[in-house]
Design a protein around this ligand. Sequence first.
Ligand SMILES: [Fe+2]
Length: 294
Amino acid sequence: MFKDVTDFVATPVAERHGAARDPSRPPPGAATDWTVPQRWADFGAEDHAVWDLLFARQQTALDGRAVAAFGEGLEMLRLSRPGIPEFGELNARLQARTGWTVVAVPGLVPDDIFFEHLRHRRFPAGNFIRRRDQLDYLEEPDVFHDVFGHVPLLALPEMADFMQLLGELGLAAMQAGALHRLGRLYWYTVEFGLAEEAGRRAIYGAGIVSSFGESRYALDDPRPRRTAFDLETVLRTAYRSDAFQQGYFTIPHVAALIDQVSRAELPELYAALADLPDLDPATGEPIGAEDGGR
Ligand SMILES: [Fe+2]
């Protein structure tokens, strides 16, 4: 049992976004910042049909489980219209609202490129969609995860600011040799965060809102641990990227998250945590070397 836990790695930030296979140069056809034209007209009827199928499934699965701002963002950005969104049209609305734009990338991009985009209020979205026989399987983030999962909350001014802050903190963490810490913050908030809202828990993490199975599991299943967000704890807590989460952190609201993160002296905190053991997300207990294999 503990073997799984000790197998957790110091995962680079948001595996679903970072860690391109060859990070030394952009793939053919991509610009130096790894962006590509969306070429929306090249998506075929089947691509749009897969988007519509995923969208309809998530509407059913979420059914009041996401934070209210998620549904408001979908509505405001008109993401509920059929088919893969055309980014020019989407960006006209999003940019007017919070200054963010969505840019197309071929797939995973290097961490520094990813953070540079965030720092400039650009969200990189995979310019492809999964196949119909892979609805629940994602090797890399596709346009459905990236746009349906991430973009609605970029219309929320507080989340727009938080994502930009993560871009700045990501670059700083890379310089400090603490990318895995920042990766955990990103993971347990932007991807798998829960929030208190109207006296109940609600989903705001993109990895959950875009997942048919986890959108139910994260709130209803008795197995995962759900605890209040605490920055130091999050920076110490390992995670898995290949299974539903064993632990979630709940924030009171996004403004409180920004407050806690922006007040922290992160370089000092990284240094202070360096000699402490990682925490097991399922129990909150230290993952000690003496526990390995048990
Ligand atoms: Fe994501």
